[in-house]
Design a protein around this ligand. Structure first.
Ligand code: ATP
Ligand code: MG
Length: 344
């Protein structure tokens, strides 16, 4: 087994980042464009915590705890495979950090049901999941739990996809209420960093790419899977013959090229040609496939090597969770003290 060492503590005064992923399946290229690439960039300049959000995953997967359990390893492997370095970034497991649950319960008293129901992210997700009136209470309340996650680490920076921005706003509202009640700034507010690429749509072009939506290209996808996904990708349904003018907006292939094509000048030219007519879907799909294969191949290779050393990955999670436990317990004590609750 490799020895683990952590270098993060040597640098002080770096802003703290908290992000994470629900453990609902392997991560996809939307995560890469939307958050992982930022997280890689911040490893040195920030003190960074990544949360394997298994408790949150249960809020809409309570009937399938086995998937949630299995996916902890999948997401951890994805982190390490894209280059998250556990000696600089702390990877930790949500369900093993009791302070997060305790803070969640406290925070639920600082938010109303009406405000939770008005949250645009929650509204979208309720619709996408087809809950109707049968919304699990844990799901409706997860913004308060997410506020607990962010504040327990006293994070001030949260790099997320743009679907998450309203959750950060709601977290800050809770922070302001707690600070007002305490009469001092016990918790800091956080700022969301939204990547340029925004929200990557699914290969069906309908909704955002998501682990649970069946419309994703996983970072661990085989070359065949990548090829088939690109082949099946939604383009412009009215672009029937090569010589027809085609539409670039809403054309998923171009959206992905915008996010991943390293040669953006050449891409602008290609778009103009597509719009004029004379460029077939086959050509743009071939360009996209080559780019995605090149992005995914090294990740897949590293991931398959790491999956041979399960003990190492477990040790990374254990150590990270231990470090995170100290941090989150300290914040819980601060909040309980600041609110002036009874102490024994
Ligand atoms: P699930 O379907 O289980 O909700 P998910 O694919 O939406 O999974 P999450 O774990 O909910 O993934 O999200 C983790 C992070 O990845 C969040 O910051 C989210 O904004 C970002 N993210 C998820 N999907 C996309 C996407 N399609 N484009 C950009 N960012 C994304
Ligand atoms: Mg999601």
């Amino acid at each position: 087994m490799r020895r683990l060492s952590f270098h993060g503590k040597t640098q002080v005064n770096r802003p703290t980042i908290l992000t994470g992923d629900r453990t609902t399946g392997p991560l996809h290229i939307g995560h890469y464009a939307g958050s992982l690439s930022n997280r890689l960039r911040y490893q040195d300049s920030h003190e960074q915590f990544l949360l394997l959000a298994d408790t949150q995953a249960l809020t809409d997967n309570a009937r399938d705890p086995e998937k949630v359990r299995r996916s902890v390893m999948e997401v951890a492997l994805d982190y390490l495979a894209v280059g998250i370095d556990p000696s600089r970034t702390t990877i930790c497991l949500q369900s093993h950090l009791p302070a997060l649950a305790e803070l969640s319960v406290l925070y639920l008293n600082f938010v109303t049901v009406a405000r939770l129901e008005r949250n645009p992210t929650i509204k979208d997700e309720i619709r996408a999941r087809g809950f109707g009136r049968d919304i699990p209470a844990g799901f409706l309340c997860y913004p308060a739990a997410q506020a607990a996650d962010i504040t327990a680490f006293k994070a001030t920076v949260v790099p997320v996809g743009d679907d998450q921005a309203p959750l950060i706003e709601q977290s800050n509202e809770i922070v302001r209420r707690i600070n007002a009640t305490a009469g001092r700034d016990v918790l800091p507010e956080a700022r969301a960093i939204i990547p340029k690429a925004g929200r990557l749509p699914g290969i069906d072009g309908k909704a955002k790419m998501s682990k649970s939506g069946g419309n994703a290209i996983a970072l661990s996808a085989s070359p065949e899977k990548v090829r088939n996904a690109v082949k099946a990708m939604f383009t412009d349904p009215n672009h029937l013959r090569v010589e027809d003018p085609g539409c670039v907006e809403g054309n998923v292939v171009f959206t992905y090229l915008d996010a991943f094509d390293p040669e953006q000048d050449g891409l602008a030219e290609l778009k103009a040609q597509y719009q004029r007519g004379g460029l077939g879907d086959g050509k743009i799909k071939a360009r996209l496939e080559a780019i995605l294969q090149e992005l995914i191949a090294p990740i897949r290779m590293r991931r398959s090597q790491l999956s041979e050393d399960r003990e190492y990955v477990l040790e990374v999670i254990r150590e990270g969770t231990e470090r995170a436990r100290e941090r989150t317990e300290a914040t819980k004590r601060d909040v309980v003290n600041a609110l002036g609750l009874f102490q024994l």
